[in-house]
Design a protein around this ligand. Sequence first.
Ligand code: FRU
Length: 501
Amino acid sequence: QVATPQWRPLLHYTPQRNWMNDPNGPFFYKGVYHLFYQYNPVASEWGNMSWGYATSTDLLHWHEHDVALPSNETKDIFSGTVVADPHNTSGLGTANNPPLVALYTSVFKKNASREPGVQAQSLAYSLDNGQTWKPYKKDPVLTLSPDSLHFRDPGVFWYAPGGYWVMATVVANAPVVKLYKSANLTDWTFLSDFGPAGFIRPGMLWEMPSLFPLPLDGNPAQQKWVLMLGINPWSIAGGSGSIYFVGSFDGTAFHPDRLPPDGSDPAAYDWLDHGADHYAAIPFAGLPENTPVTIGWMSNWDYASQVPTSPWKGQMTLPMTMTLRTIDGTPQLCLTPESHYTALVAARPTLSFDGLQVFSGDHLLPDRVHGQVLDIDMSMHMQNADRAGIVVRATPDGHTGTNIAYDMKKHMLTVDRSRSGLTDFSPKFSHEHIVNMPSQTGDISLHVIVDRNSIEILSRNGSVVITDLIFPPARADRVIAFSENGMTEFRHMKITPLDSN
Ligand code: FRU
């Protein structure tokens, strides 16, 4: 396949070559961000699942290392978590040199001690800050009885109020989240099940669960627990996507405040993202509790293997800070770009078009506003227009571009990538992603992050997010503001080119 450097993202992590899916065990330790991920060391398709590995000091520039946990003749290595064990509860390090502990899913192969395909949780540890890993002598450390082909994705955290570790896993096809506890990370006892709950369809999987506390509206006295997980298929944008439940955790069970009614449709869930390309999102371990950061896989199981990039396939979302805010009377999980990204944008020269008025039609922003990588921070006031918005990664004639529009009559924010560039590599590459977002006043604020092959759109304090891959021609580097059937004032429009990063 021909190399596609024009689609190698600048702001988002990609391995140099080969296949990547879920982030695994992201953690912050001694000033360094560590990121592992589902990786095929030898091919651009899913298989030989191993943990690839990269580190960064700013979550923007990554250094790729050798594979951390390779698959071998007896097992593949599926997703999981890494935690620091500062008090050496596992006994796998020493008081002076406490271990890092990885909990991951083993998928046993033919010549192993178990039936092929059986999934169970295993442990490896590192005594050199994550550079090398040793498998724990007892393998696996947690099995399901009877054996399951779908018992995976341990998300582990220290539960301070109880003084023990908690693991969330799934029986993906049940679909159910299972919680366990442990004093030492090696011996686990069952706590409780959550699910199936809400909108469930035959064949729907739950994957990649994570459970974490967040203060509501920044108030530490009002702590809530969030259970985030991946759904595949039947996501709001088709294929795979991430949802969350808000509730409480009593040390044994998770109690959601609210459940979507059974038999409803996917729109009843709370979606982390309404776009097509944000899956398997999990939080970084080791960060201060007041600045939790999540990262996800920026693709979709519906077409991930057909994505036309080479010599790599798969990329991560931008790391996002998570907050929980009351919006329209309910607590909602909100994403904002992590602070290193914000600082990068703030340090760059900005072009401002505050007060730009667009009467029915398209307004191509001047030539000096061009780039394949742009940060766009804008708010528009739709005076009497029916629809308005911007086209990014556009050609000057407007024939090619990704369209971001708000519809005043339908109260909907829409991303349309049908003319974004290459789209026909898979019939499942969905074209339109829509969020219901009522506005009485016609004032819409959007933060749009454009990279060489993606857009991330944030609105309503980050409670509305749309993340989509796009594959535009390199020359499509312009921005068009548009307004249909009336006037729109782009009251605030700040564009920061980020092409050299
Ligand atoms: C989610 C997932 C996980 C599994 C991994 C395998 O995308 O299916 O459930 O651990 O990918 O690569």
